[in-house]
Write a protein that binds this ligand. Sequence first.
Ligand code: NAP
Length: 333
Amino acid sequence: MLAKRNIGNLEVSAVSLGCMGISHAYGEASSKQDVAELLAKAIEVGYTMFDTAEVYGTADNPHHNEELLGELLKPYRNQIVIATKCGITFDKSFIGKGTMPLITDGSPNAIRESIEGSLQRLQTDHIDLYYQHRVDPKVKPETVAETMAELIKEGKILHWGVSEASEEYIRRAHKVCPITAVQMRYSMMARWHEALFPILEELNIGLVAFSPLANGLLSNSYKPDSQFDAKTDYRASMPQFKKESFEKNKALFDLINQLATEKEATPSQISLAWMLCKKPWIVPIPGTRKVTRLIENAGAAAIQLSADEVKNIDKALDEMEMSDVFGGSKIVK
Ligand SMILES: NC(=O)c1ccc[n+]([C@@H]2O[C@H](COP(=O)([O-])OP(=O)(O)OC[C@H]3O[C@@H](n4cnc5c(N)ncnc54)[C@H](OP(=O)(O)O)[C@@H]3O)[C@@H](O)[C@H]2O)c1
């Protein structure tokens, strides 16, 4: 059974499930039947945290992911942690004029409107972990934290967090209402948030690592000629999937493959085990739509890498050539 660990004071499965790709960013949405099987297997294997957002949708249904999870996770609701996100919303001035662009809106009104929508779509009376999806430069961290504190008092959320935020933002927000977790892009290819680790440790905030496989690349199951549909699959334009990147990332693949052989594991498991063994408060949320991979990724929690092994991997990563990787702003301490 998948081990558990704490992010802040919230206990979750050591590897948790990123649900975005079921609806969004990696091609056409999965069928309801496939998702039902996937989620049932996830529960059986021991996944307890399921990560979504109000904006993970399809061209036809901007809230597809939350709606589907709400329906399919309902039977398991009292055994699981549902994490969703507000603060990036659709620009409703575009209703009826085609695809609605996304805008950041961290205002109290926007957060309150979002929580009501998410509660309804997720068919629940509370969200276990509610994130501000992106910082809104127009709204102070204190204002967002005050709104989250009110939602906690009202029982609508149990914990809160923020995705892709700076040290200053985290400290100021945390002072008003303690943050349980930050969600950041973190993988062997995206390590810039390591600068925040001492602060997270000091404040007892967990790190939920998104895109921990560098959007799948670190699984080593893609080839220079892998094709992605540019209309529905963001990997078509991600730098790490460009043909020339495979050559640039050769040393990285060699390292992961060598460790996989040594540990009798798969490349994905090594990529996840590296961060799991680094800090006890890091929880990766790899996304997959396939039952076999869901089981494989959970297996990462059983792989032991010593502190020296982790240190040696970091040193090798520091020194090797790598391609660019898809990812928002590089936030440093
Ligand atoms: N806070 C934010 O701004 C933010 C941004 C992005 C993502 N997220 C969250 O983080 C989660 C994970 O991130 P992500 O989906 O972008 O990236 P990821 O987990 O690094 O990679 C997902 C991709 O890897 C493939 N994959 C997963 N396990 C595999 C395995 N064992 N072997 C081979 N391929 C494997 C999946 O394909 P298959 O589905 O075909 O298996 C999928 O295309 C999302 O679901 C979402 O919940 C948050």
